[in-house]
Design a protein around this ligand. Structure first.
Ligand SMILES: [Zn+2]
Length: 385
């Protein structure tokens, strides 16, 4: 129900009242309390105990609420698992290492702290207001002040689990992922991927475009790759994208037309395929996919991405689409598409004549053919899966 309404874009009516009929705020509170208890209980265990995962305790959601996004308030993770992501147990650099290490990644994803950090955000001001049968239209100030109330409550809960969490977060960041997504409110990347503060470096704009004259995005990209050393760059589009749909009309919308024209260019490249799709919604969603593919190619074209390979920092670029009707993300496996092989040489730079850092581990092939090296590596990875 929730996701179906989300897909129709009708959670909020124009007067601010919600059409939803239930709330999970009570259940969310119980889950947070369970997670806090679990964390404290785990913290009293010996470090040497092996991770053990008995049945998870799912808090009962409010009647009538379908917990599509339910997170189990697990009391199962070991203290070692909590420490893997808890800055309390490590300085910024070791914490970074644990996030990047496959040896600790699985346990880190099950940390009770992660549940506390992510779960409270499901208590939306809209849902809270609904349980009190208030009219948001009559009390518009509540819609605003509740954001700050929520923040105080959330920060307090996190600090009660780990008093050092925020002080350690303030020391710095080295997120393993850069995310480029649409500004649409229905696709919050950290909730969709259950990532915590410090893990996603995020850039969002209308229809998740990578435009080479967009200094904002290009600055974010350079900082992410050259300074933060992200390992993966992800472009994510989503079904029912208003920006993509608007680009398929002849209606002028003002300044945004210049931005959306980039999507018209993608349409032009695939006009025959798109116009063979008679259902308009299906045509929009196909253009959403093709647009993501093109934006991944736009990242391939940048010297920032190519140079990273020539210097031995092997960043990978991915294209995703989120289906709003299911909440599920699909990897388009852009690296497997054959058409780039035909044109890739046009955009490829060679770095073998350049001086590279003494610490570079790049091979001669990576310096001469950085893009092909990336694609070969990514294709090899998915072959072995
Ligand atoms: Zn969108």
């Amino acid at each position: 129900m929730f996701l179906n309404r989300l897909a129709r874009g009708c959670l909020l009516q124009p007067n601010g009242a919600t059409v939803s009929s239930s709330s999970s705020s009570g259940a969310a509170q119980r889950m947070i309390a369970a997670a806090v208890t679990a964390y404290r209980s785990c913290s009293s265990h010996a470090h040497g105990s092996s991770p053990h995962h008995p049945s998870h305790h799912h808090a009962q959601p409010a009647a009538g609420h379908q917990p599509d996004h339910a997170v189990s308030a697990s009391a199962t993770s070991s203290v070692a698992a909590a420490a893997a992501v808890s800055p309390a147990a490590s300085q910024a650099a070791p914490q970074r290492a644990s996030l990047h290490s496959s040896a600790t990644a699985d346990s880190a994803w099950e940390s009770p702290l992660r549940q506390v950090l992510i779960r409270p955000r499901f208590q939306s001001p809209v849902a809270q207001s609904e349980t009190k049968a208030e009219s948001l239209f009559q009390k518009p100030v509540d819609l605003y002040t509740r954001l700050l109330d929520n923040n105080r409550q959330w920060a307090g809960q996190v600090s009660s689990v780990d008093p050092n969490y925020f002080p350690n977060l303030a020391r710095g960041q080295q997120p393993p992922y850069m995310y480029i997504g649409c500004s649409d409110s229905r696709v919050p990347p950290d909730q969709l991927t259950q990532t915590m503060p410090g893990e996603l470096f995020i850039h969002r704009n209308v229809a998740n475009l990578v435009v080479n004259t967009d200094m904002n995005l290009m600055a974010v990209l350079q900082y992410a790759v050259e300074v933060l050393k992200v390992q993966h760059i992800i472009v994510m589009g989503h079904t029912e994208c208003g920006g993509v749909r608007a680009s398929m009309t002849s209606t002028p919308h003002g300044i945004i037309d210049e931005w959306l024209r980039n999507i018209k260019d993608v349409y032009r490249l695939h006009r025959q395929e798109l116009e063979a799709i008679s259902d308009m919604s299906a045509r929009v969603n196909r253009l959403v996919e093709l647009n993501v593919v093109e934006q991944v190619y736009n990242l391939y074209k940048t010297s920032v991405v190519q140079k990273s390979w020539a210097q031995g920092h092997r960043v990978q670029v991915h294209g995703w689409v989120c289906n709003i009707s299911t909440g599920l993300i699909r990897d388009l496996q852009v690296e497997r598409r054959p058409e780039w092989d035909e044109v890739g040489a046009i955009y490829q730079y060679r770095f073998d004549q350049e001086s590279t850092p003494a610490v570079s581990t790049a091979t001669a092939e990576e310096k001469a053919n950085p893009l092909q090296s990336m694609l070969r590596s990514m294709r090899g990875n998915s072959d072995s899966e």
